[in-house]
Each structure stands twice: as C-alpha cells, then as structure tokens.
Design a protein around this ligand. Structure first.
Ligand SMILES: N[C@@H](CCC(=O)N[C@@H](CS)C(=O)NCC(=O)O)C(=O)O
Length: 206
C-alpha cells in the first residue's frame, strides 16, 4: 500500500483531506518535523511533508504534484477537471499560487526567519515583512472570491482543499487578516466538510 507522510496541521493536511475526500487506499503516517532523528529524513531528503511513497517505489513530493496525482486516482472526480480543459489549468494555477506566493513567499519568512538571516535580531523584521507579503497575497484571493463560492467553477476542488489549510493558519495572526471575509467564508465551508473534519480528528486537531 502507498503511504502519505504528514505532520499534524502542516501543509500536508491538504493531501490528507484529498485522500479522505476520495476514500483512497493510502496509509497515513504521522512524522515529526524539524528534528534530525525523524523518519521523514529517510523518506524525503528535504525532511519535509507531504511526501507520498508509492507502493510501486516512486516518491512524490510537493503539494502541487501530489494533489493532482491523488485526484487523478479517481478519474472524473469533481475535485479536479479533465486533462486539456481550461478548468484544470485554472486549478493548477491556484495550486502554484498557493504554493509559491502564500506558502513559500509569505508564510515561510513568518515561520522560518532563520532561513533568511542567521542573525536573530533581524527575525522580527523578516516576520513583519512576511506578514505584509501574506496580506497582499491573500487580498488577491479575497477579491477573486468576492463573487464566487470556490476558487474555480462552482464546486470545491483540490485548490480549495489546499486554500483551506492556509486560511486556517490565519487564525493565529489576527489583525488585518480578520477583515478577509470571503476567505473566512471559504475556510468555514471547508471546515464543515466531513473529509476535513475526519482529517483534523485523525491529526489530533479537533
Ligand atoms: N513546497 C513544499 C513545501 C513543503 C513544506 O515546507 N512542508 C513543511 C510543513 S508545512 C515542512 O515539512 N517543514 C519542515 C522543514 O522544512 O524542515 C510543498 O508544497 O509540498
């Protein structure tokens, strides 16, 4: 059986949710992060989750590859779209935006300032600039969602599963992030889904 390596509440929650949405025969394995003796280092040389170890032997990393791969295990699922369709490209565009602009460019300086400067006295400034970037990046999503229920089309897709994770991280920040009403509406609809609740329970988060 294939195994999805996750860590509670991390970005790997999106892949965990999709496994549950589609009821895929994939084992979920929790690992610790940021600790040298974690088994994740034997699986993914970067020591990061999500990592999907396939039964056939290949390892897949990166949400932007894992989420489409999981959805393609159930062809015709409403979580994704047909190969060659504009909707599929739009969903992939949002996966790229969430991975690059929201996670890497914005949350990473907030959560991992040591990756940008070894001098700890610089960390508050790096975190503050990360919050500025994050707000701008979420304001783009807020405008897009102002007249739509979900990111693409009229249905929940793998892009919304991924957005829900980052939207749930905003709760820790407060301040101007509380003004993102459309993002909060999508986060609440995401949180009400049975697959999301099951994944959160399995990760010990509810
Ligand atoms: N670009 C990767 C980022 C993966 C990533 O940074 N995961 C975090 C958890 S949210 C992690 O494993 N951090 C541990 C570390 O960097 O040591 C993806 O989208 O899959």
């Amino acid at each position: 059986m294939s195994t999805l390596y996750i860590s509670p509440g991390a970005c790997s929650l999106a892949a965990h949710i999709v496994v549950r949405e589609l009821d895929l025969p994939i084992q979920i394995e929790k690992v610790a992060l940021r600790t040298p003796d974690s088994p994740i280092h034997q699986i993914n040389p970067l020591g990061r989750v999500p990592a999907l170890q396939l039964e056939e032997g290949a390892l897949l990393t990166e949400n932007s590859a894992i989420l489409p791969f999981l959805a393609d295990q159930k062809p015709g699922t409403s979580l994704f779209a047909e190969a060659g369709s504009i909707e599929r490209a739009q969903i992939q565009s949002w996966l790229g935006y969430l991975s690059a602009e929201i996670h890497t460019a914005s949350f990473r300086p907030i959560n991992r300032p040591e990756r940008y400067c070894a001098d700890e006295s610089a960390h508050p400034g790096i975190r503050a600039q990360g919050q500025v970037q994050l707000l701008k990046a979420f304001e783009h999503i807020e405008r897009h969602l102002s007249d739509r229920q979900w990111l693409v089309g009229e249905r929940y897709t793998i892009a919304d599963a991924y957005l829900g994770v980052f939207a749930s991280w905003l709760g820790r920040l407060g301040g101007p992030f509380d003004q993102l009403q459309a993002v909060k509406r999508v986060r609440d609809a995401w949180a009400a889904r049975p697959a999301v609740q099951a994944a959160l329970s399995a990760e010990g988060l509810r």
